[in-house]
Design a protein around this ligand. Structure first.
Ligand code: 13P
Length: 251
């Protein structure tokens, strides 16, 4: 089954309004056909980026959401608010949220379903630490992160979702997983999807690789049979570099 590749830029907590506007405009003006391009800027610049990409096919996402509906949750942002400012996607369970903000897999799952209920497409991020990999526990860790969501989901709910494999040891370190390491975990995730939801659903979902994706390694990573694009951090902050990565996904 052919899957439209997806390349997402996770800007994390970087940039200012003028940079957000110009970066988004440059990407919108030159985004290649044949790949879905998603930008996830800081929350306060969602509107700015929404305006910049409005006339293009580039889509907008957020980096996080709260698992509750609107209410007394000071400092948080609801799924409905993200929809209201034109978000189509939202990252859930990024390793920085899991580790720095102590988000449990159960809470990540709550966010995942809250996003779906509001009509957002969740991008579920999973990945092991270096210690977990070296102890031979990669699949076990990924399984636990997946099962927190899969155990509560129907195949119908999974249709509009994306899973991103981001080995924690490769995030922001310049230490990319090899194409073989990445493909092996992606194949494992797809097989877990197949056993939980059936082969057709598993074949239709996009699985992204994240962790030090750069212009010069993107093509070899995206060549993996089960790698359908990337979730890009640092390299998404430069338009030419990010566009080259988007281009690599169209091959
Ligand atoms: P880097 O591309 O900077 O390693 O970040 C990856 C990431 O965390 C994307 O969500």
């Amino acid at each position: 089954m052919s899957r439209t590749p997806l390349v997402a830029g996770n800007w994390k907590m970087n940039g200012r309004r003028s940079m957000a506007a110009s970066l988004a405009a440059e990407i919108a003006a030159a985004a290649p056909a044949g790949v879905e391009v998603l930008l996830c800027p800081p929350l306060v610049y969602l509107d700015t980026v929404a305006s910049a990409v409005q006339a293009s096919d580039v889509v907008l996402g957020a980096q996080n959401l709260d698992e509750h509906e609107d209410g007394a949750f000071t400092g948080e942002v609801s799924a409905e608010m993200l929809v209201d400012v034109a978000c189509r996607y939202v990252l859930v369970g990024h390793s920085e949220r899991r580790t720095l903000f102590a988000e449990s897999s159960a809470r990540v799952a709550d966010k995942f379903f809250r996003a779906l209920d509001a009509g957002l497409r969740p991008v579920l991020c999973v990945g092991e630490t270096l210690a977990e990999r070296e102890a031979g526990n990669t699949e076990q860790v990924i399984n636990a992160q997946l099962d927190a969501v899969f155990g509560r989901a129907t195949a119908e709910q999974m249709v509009d979702t994306v899973i991103a494999y981001e080995p924690v040891w490769a995030i922001g370190t310049g230490m990319t997983a090899s194409p073989e390491q990445a493909q092996a975990v992606h194949a494992h995730i797809r097989s877990r999807l197949a056993s939980s939801f059936g082969a057709p659903l598993a074949q239709s979902l996009r699985l992204l690789y994240g962790g030090s994706v750069k212009a010069d390694n993107a093509a070899s990573l995206f060549a993996g049979a089960d790698i359908d694009g990337g979730l890009v951090g640092g390299a998404s902050l430069d338009a030419a570099t990010f566009l080259a990565i988007c281009q690599a996904a169209t091959a």
